[in-house]
Design a binder for this molecule. Structure first.
Ligand SMILES: [Zn+2]
Length: 340
């Protein structure tokens, strides 16, 4: 749903499911569009999906994106969920019901630690989000804690990879793509970023991070943004791991906090099949009405990841999937085809 501010800029509202889970009904979070850049209106979100897919291909071929070929430099990517209750100080024992997810998450942390990345890029649905712009967190560092979830002592101090952020901004500008570090409204780390870090930092304290928000733009634009990210990583020559943070459906069980919808289990089944088969193009076939009814959280995060792997032979491994709380938690790893 969308609305406009007095100045004409677009407001979009999205579900903020994890927060409402803890604080009672608060189903939507107010978000504002970036001012100006009138070409990037949220109305484009509802374009026909086939047209979007076609548009995406055309944009790639017409851009500088593939000039000179492209080697894959993102070492690996991981689809992970971000339930705050997985943190023992927040879950207070409830985390035990998702022990398979915890086990898989520990494996992801081990694998990332073994890769020794210079930078961990995290795409988060709960970072700053605009209707018509991809926000990259600016500055040199950021703080965050689980204070909103009753655990203020679980806190983080992270350094941002300023160089990589600048490279992405430069490429985006060259391609006239709406992404950058403008308009930060909340510098605090969000739980979509901190839950993966909670697992990772126990095993790997090196490496800077880069935090990237999603947008209200069409899925095809998220895919394109993944390509820009991959190109920036390649040009940087850095060892980079990508974490696509996102929960699956929130409507998987009648006893869950958001109830049941038949689209819920269908979404979880489809997304896990798509990831297992690395059929990334199929991510663009999920229409917005279906995604809304399934009440997913991370789909656009996964689409950015898919875009970062565009044209690359990728080998996927499904590490876990759980639906016991009524919210879907899927964990998958993605490596170069020849690596794993
Ligand atoms: Zn979420």
């Amino acid at each position: 749903m969308s609305d406009r501010n007095a100045d004409g800029s677009v407001i979009i509202w999205i579900r903020c499911l994890e927060l409402s889970f803890l604080t009672g009904p608060m189903p939507f979070r107010r978000l504002h569009s970036k001012l100006g850049k009138n070409r990037w209106k949220s109305e484009t979100v509802e374009r026909d999906r086939l047209f979007l897919r076609k548009l995406s291909v055309i944009n790639y071929k017409d851009s500088n994106y593939l000039k000179g070929g492209r080697k894959m430099s993102i070492l690996a990517a991981f689809m992970v969920p971000h339930p705050p209750m997985i943190i023992p100080e927040v879950g207070k024992g409830n985390e035990n019901q998702i022990s398979d997810t915890i086990k898989a998450y520990e494996q992801v942390a081990d694998e990332i630690a073994n890769l020794k990345p210079d930078t961990i890029v995290i795409t988060s649905p709960h970072s700053v989000m605009y209707a018509d712009y991809f926000h990259i967190s600016p500055g040199t560092d950021a703080l965050g804690s689980f204070g909103h979830f009753g655990a203020p002592d679980v806190s983080f101090c992270e350094h941002y990879d300023v160089d990589l952020a600048e490279r992405i901004c430069t490429l985006a500008e060259e391609m006239d793509f709406p992404a950058g570090t403008l308009g930060e409204r909340d510098p605090e780390l969000d739980h979509g970023t901190m839950v993966p870090l909670w697992f990772l930092r126990k095993k790997y304290t090196e490496g800077k991070i880069l935090r990237i928000g999603l947008s209200g733009l069409p899925l095809s634009e998220h895919y394109r943004f993944g390509g820009i990210l991959a190109r920036a990583v390649q040009e940087s020559g850095k060892r980079v791991v990508l974490i696509a943070s996102g929960d699956l459906s929130h409507k998987l069980q009648t006893y869950g906090p958001y109830g049941y919808a038949e689209e819920g289990p269908e979404y979880d089944k489809r997304i896990m099949e798509v990831c297992a088969a690395t059929d990334f193009g199929a991510l663009l076939d999920f229409n917005s009405d279906f995604l809304e009814k399934a009440a997913e959280c991370g789909h656009r995060s996964f689409v950015i990841m898919a875009g970062a792997f565009d044209g690359i032979n990728v080998k996927a491994k499904v590490l876990s999937h759980q639906d016991v709380t009524g919210v879907g938690y899927g964990i998958c790893s993605f490596y170069h085809g020849e690596k794993k």
